[in-house]
Design a protein around this ligand. Structure first.
Ligand SMILES: [Zn+2]
Length: 301
């Protein structure tokens, strides 16, 4: 996988809300032994018990604000910087949906910003800390990520491949697509009517987000910036396999097993590794988001 250094990052879609220091890039991100272990424990609990963090949010919410990514304007250096590469992934994902969304769903796509934070953040969905992992907040239509999550993904969850990063972002933007379409709101109403179905409904929502991520992956190599420059100069099937591998590493069964406890399917909220890989593949192989109908009767058993 290689990114095109001439491609422009749409920095208007990224808010940098990390500490007063702001940037720092790869070298500036903390890699603490004990601290990282602490993050992993909470993350796994949240991934298993919550909805990529959403239902795990608590405390007062608020409006998240941040600065534009000014450090991403230098063509020569920007792709060395983690947040800039992620900014370019976001550009690719959103430019894909700007084109695909009307074709698939007959409506305009509404862009959603990604908010970078470190430690903790206030969102319209409540307060969150890094332990919940990346998440999407439907109430303010933003993707939230502490980029140190990628170290957890690589070192603790066994998904070190570079494509793991755009996969995670594409999954979160899949939740945004669900928000724009009203899929997420409908699901919540069904969960309220029938609380016993809540986890199964959550699994379907998560698998659909994986499928949407796969649909983006299908077309990612063709995505362009605002000037028409390709965003990826190289993206192979082997790269995509890293995305599938990531999906396999964060299935509920894999996470529960790694957490040391017994694997209990009734507590699944995201789907098994096999289901997550399967639905990513449905999107990737078809390139057709309308095929991602995990809510259809019998689609997910
Ligand atoms: Zn999710």
């Amino acid at each position: 996988m290689e990114l095109n250094e001439r491609a422009d990052i749409d920095t208007s879609q990224i808010e940098d809300g990390r500490g007063s220091g702001g940037g720092g890039g790869i070298g500036g991100l903390p890699i603490g032994g004990g601290g990282l272990a602490g993050i992993v424990v909470t993350l796994i609990v949240a991934l298993v018990g919550g909805y990529f963090g959403i239902s795990g949010l608590s405390g007062p919410g608020g409006e998240s604000t941040g600065q534009p990514l000014t450090q991403c304007s230098d063509d020569a250096q920007k792709l060395q910087v983690l947040e800039c590469r992620n900014g370019l992934y976001v550009t690719s994902i959103q430019n894909y949906w700007a084109k695909q969304f009307p074709e698939s769903f007959g409506e305009q796509y509404q862009p959603a910003r990604t908010h970078l934070f470190s430690g903790n953040v206030r969102t319209a969905c409540g307060a969150a800390d890094s332990g919940v992992g990346p998440f999407y907040c439907p109430a303010d239509s933003k993707v939230y990520i502490d980029l140190t999550f990628y170290q957890v993904l690589a070192k603790q969850l066994g998904a070190p491949g570079e494509f793991a990063q755009p996969y995670v972002l594409a999954h979160e933007y899949g939740h945004h697509v669900q928000n724009v379409l009203g899929t997420e709101a409908e699901m919540r109403r069904r969960q309220e009517r029938d609380p016993g179905s809540a986890n199964q409904e959550s699994v379907k929502l998560e698998l659909q987000a994986d499928c949407y991520a796969g649909a983006w992956a299908h077309s990612a190599a063709n995505t362009t910036d605002k000037d028409g420059d390709k965003i990826f100069t190289s993206l192979t099937d082997a790269d995509i396999q890293e995305g599938i591998q990531t999906a396999g590493q964060i299935g509920d069964d894999a996470l529960q097993g790694r957490g040391g406890g017994e694997v209990n399917p009734e507590q699944f909220t995201h789907g098994t590794s096999e289901q997550r890989q399967k639905w990513f593949r449905v999107g990737w192989e078809s390139g057709d988001p309308t095929r991602c109908d995990t809510f259809k009767a019998g689609a997910v058993s």
